[in-house]
Design a protein around this ligand. Sequence first.
Ligand SMILES: [Zn+2]
Ligand SMILES: [Zn+2]
Length: 321
Amino acid sequence: MEKAKEAALKKRAAAKKTAAKKPTAAREKAPLFEPLQFPAGTLLGAHTSTAGGLATAIERALTCGFTAAQLFVKNNKQWFAPALAEEEAKAFRAARKKSGVMFFAHNSYLINLGSFDPQMFATSVKAMVAELERAEALELPFMVLHPGSHGGRGEEAGLARIVEGLNLVTKATAGYRCKLALEITAGQGNALGYCLEHLTYLIENMADDARGGICLDTAHLFAAGYNIHAREGYEKVVADVEKQLGTRRVLGLHLNDSKVPFASRVDRHHHLGEGHIGLETFRWIVEDPRWARTPKVLETPKGEDMREDVVNLGKLASYLQ
Ligand SMILES: [Zn+2]
Ligand SMILES: [Zn+2]
């Protein structure tokens, strides 16, 4: 334990030294990469940091050449944030419009609408409402959310609890244009939403089901046991989505390869073509006319300058026509 601590401290000190050697200005000036150039109408990008203010995400997206991007409307590791100033929201809306980049939101990982702990459930509902208030002020069309975890109470009870939570949230945000995109999960632990049937059940039971949609994450589908690495498996999932919900309910797609094998029920994202899914699946997705108007974003590992995102999306460039 002590040794590990010492090593970590040493590593941090070394990192500080290298950082000190490179002045920020020089780092900013250095040519990092050419921005991606997608054909008109393509909606492709990555989860983008808002460090330094919400509008900085737009600059980052433009630097990389994204045409779609996902962001957190506030620090995702905290329950609540100070109210969003109208000037900041206004500046974001104007810059977003000018950029032409399609932005949408992802909720905080702390939120669990499936919780049976009264305090946790109430805080989750309150936090979700607060996040939607921000997303609405930013004119984001939808917010991706992980449905929730039942904490040992069982799936049926958990799903009913999430419906209860969703209905409290939509009631408190009645009239909002911002939709809720329930994300398919890898099915880790007690997480619900690892199959289309769960997502269909949740939407069908929402009092305001017009606000309900889904987000499909390739790494989660694969980990949950959908064999999208095979063409017939991919076609089967899309056919099932069409049958159960209709592809128009799919508000967004997360393009992530998987670090863990098929049906492992573990959520570990990897660079496109370097994981167990393989690049072909991503080719099918970007070539599939059914997803032509669906924004697709990466949630793969990256450093501050996002060059990894540019590399990952660059792998898809030749398929985009
Ligand atoms: Zn995702
Ligand atoms: Zn994930």
